[in-house]
Design a protein around this ligand. Structure first.
Ligand code: ATP
Ligand code: MG
Length: 587
């Protein structure tokens, strides 16, 4: 099935997409030409993300334009203009300098989505220090692990977070020199200082020192879906990918109001919640609050959001909400909806068309890739269930590992590991303190993603599953996504999570955990109906043999189903690292 976005969406017709001719754009694309569109630091002193995203706009007509609008609780909001962002991030950079924080040293931020997080981000990059975000709902142990493994020198946080979670860790963190408290007017002691006081004492004028494009800029821990989170290192050069994906995938135009719902604790929230929209001089909306269907529809309407970037888990929650809720809001300004983080079930793409009036454009990438690599573009036919086609400038392939030194590229319609030709600007440069693991990701010229996929004859990529989640049953390889998507077509099913359960004869059996939509209740009759539904649609080799109802699926804080936890719980095995498991305390 194909959906043509342009023909179907009158809102999209008002704006001509940047990427109209995919083949020709790919053929003529060079990263060199993207380089020439960014300004670089004055006097040829290198490349710094903060200059490209903030300072060059602040020096021109966008000075008073809103860069980031933070929507707070109780309807309060804070606007940071490009000029204001420049001035405040300059102050932060100056205060880091006065505290003796050097180039390459790590500045962590543990806060909700509030204005200080964004000024900390840019100020850190301006000082050539390295920004590392933490989810605000992390408990003390995950915070400790990351601060320690990341060699944190400075932590920016709120007084409440500090008192509740950080104070007790300080003794175990000798490398951490300062904690800066966002909302405290006075210093607690020599190590725990008031950020407002330091900001007031610092100058708003700062010259970014020479920055090598290969200087480390951001340290991002992965989501921990499959195990212990890894610290992926990104450099200033990544800005080229952010820029070009902002243009070709997000399709940002000067008047756009863009909303990325991801938290900056996760890479989507920095690459696309902060950097990409600002590179294009648009206004980026940030909501401090967590998901709430009514609130989200209201934000889309009131903020007149034109381009929206969200995740399958949120879309599935909206699908569960009553239709009347959606109908109370006017979403006519919205012209493009994107999704990332997990496979987007075809049912969700079609729901978008029906209920939002727009299909949802899936795209694929990882913390390691730093930016979007495969996407459904605004002007291209969408094939529901496919993650789309590689970004111009990115060479993707389906490969099979032959031995540790070689891979064999496969043809169309063959299942294999998704690989990317190494060398794109936002490719991670290291796993912090784990060179061996980093090297293992590369074979020759290829970066191996650990995800399985296939490419169809028209060059669209289809996600099959994470290598770790693939189920081997009676000689078949089954990807959980296929089974989950099929069950979601049943009117009673809101969400499904699929695992392989060891079985001596056939290797593994397919087991599914189902969350029901409101209005349906678990019963033996419904269980048998769903098993029969799966068998009719998928065939007996692939269909789940076991089905259990569950109230909620375990998910990461970035909304990904943690199948490894479903499996560990089913088999009574240790749960492993659960630091990113959703459902901890919120502050
Ligand atoms: P960890 O590596 O710690 O186990 P993680 O892989 O979930 O966690 P991220 O880097 O946040 O950490 O997520 C990237 C992964 O998310 C991809 O490798 C892929 O498995 C999945 N993913 C992201 N986008 C999509 C998509 N559009 N379709 C299918 N899967 C996706
Ligand atoms: Mg991963």
């Amino acid at each position: 099935m194909k959906i043509s976005p342009i023909e179907k969406n009158p809102a999209a017709l008002a704006v001509t997409p940047h990427l109209l001719d995919y083949e020709n754009t790919c053929a003529g694309f060079t990263w060199e030409s993207v380089r020439s569109e960014l300004s670089g630091l004055p006097e040829g002193k290198g490349l710094n993300i903060a200059h490209e995203a903030v300072d060059r706009h602040a020096a021109g007509p966008l000075r008073e334009h809103v860069a980031i609008r933070c929507l707070g609780q109780n309807g309060r909001s804070v606007d940071l203009t490009y000029g204001g962002m420049k001035e405040r991030s300059n102050r932060f950079a100056n205060l880091l300098r006065s505290l003796g924080v050097a180039k390459g040293e790590r500045v962590f931020c543990l806060s909700g989505r509030i204005a200080a997080l964004y000024t900390t981000f840019f100020g850190t990059l301006k000082n050539c220090s390295v920004f590392c975000p933490l989810f605000s709902a992390f408990g003390p142990e995950p915070i400790f692990q990351r601060l320690e493994r990341g060699n944190a020198k400075v932590l920016v946080t709120t007084e409440r977070q500090y008192r509740k979670k950080v104070a007790s860790l300080l003794e175990r963190l000798p490398e951490l020199r300062y904690v800066l408290l966002i909302d405290l007017e006075y210093d607690l002691n020599e190590r725990v200082l008031s950020l407002p006081r330091l900001m007031a004492d610092s100058s708003g004028i700062f010259t970014i020192p020479p920055t090598d494009p290969e200087d480390m800029a951001i340290l991002h821990f992965t989501s921990g879906t499959t195990g212990m989170p890894k610290g992926a290192v990104h450099v200033h050069n990544a800005v080229h990918t952010h820029f070009i994906t902002g243009r070709y995938v997000l399709d940002l135009h000067p008047d756009d109001i863009f909303w990325c719902t991801a938290d900056p604790g996760w890479v989507t929230g920095t690459s696309y919640g902060i950097i990409a929209p600002l590179l294009h001089g648009v206004t980026s909306i940030v909501d401090e609050m967590d998901f709430d269907a009514e609130r989200w529809y209201r934000i889309l309407q009131e903020q007149r959001v034109t381009v929206w970037y969200t995740a399958p888990t949120a879309i599935r929650m909206l699908m569960r909400a009553p239709l009347e809720q959606r109908q109370r809001f006017d979403l006519k300004k919205l012209r493009l909806v994107h999704s990332v983080g997990e496979p987007l079930n075809p049912e969700a793409v079609l729901w978008g068309e029906r209920v939002l009036g727009l299909p949802i454009h899936d795209n694929w990438w990882q913390t390691e890739t730093g930016g979007i690599m495969i996407a459904n573009y605004a002007a291209m036919d969408i094939r529901p269930g496919s993650m789309g086609r590689p970004l111009p400038g990115i060479e993707a392939a389906i490969v099979t590992r032959t031995d540790s030194d070689t891979v064999q590229p496969e043809g169309d319609e063959v299942q294999g590991e998704l690989a990317l030709r190494r060398g794109w600007p936002s490719m991670f440069r290291a796993y912090l303190h784990d060179d061996a693991r980093y090297s293992k990701c590369f074979v020759g010229e290829w970066y191996l993603t650990g995800d399985l996929a296939r490419r169809d004859r028209d060059g669209y990529y289809w996600f099959i599953g994470r290598g770790d989640d693939i189920i081997k049953t009676a000689g078949h390889m089954v990807g959980p996504f296929e089974v989950e998507s099929c069950l979601m077509e049943h009117p009673a099913v809101a969400e499904a999570g699929v695992i392989g359960k060891p079985e001596p004869v056939i290797g593994e059996i397919v087991k599914v955990f189902v969350v029901l939509k409101p209005g349906f209740s678990a019963s033996e009759e419904l269980r048998l109906e769903l098993i029969g539904f799966g068998r009719t649609k998928l065939g007996s080799a692939v269909a789940p043999k076991e089905l259990a109802f569950i109230d909620n699926l375990p998910k990461t804080r970035s909304g990904k189903i943690m199948r490894r936890l479903l499996k560990a719980r089913e088999l009574g095995l240790p749960e492993g690292d659960t630091s990113t498991l959703e459902g901890g305390e919120s502050l």
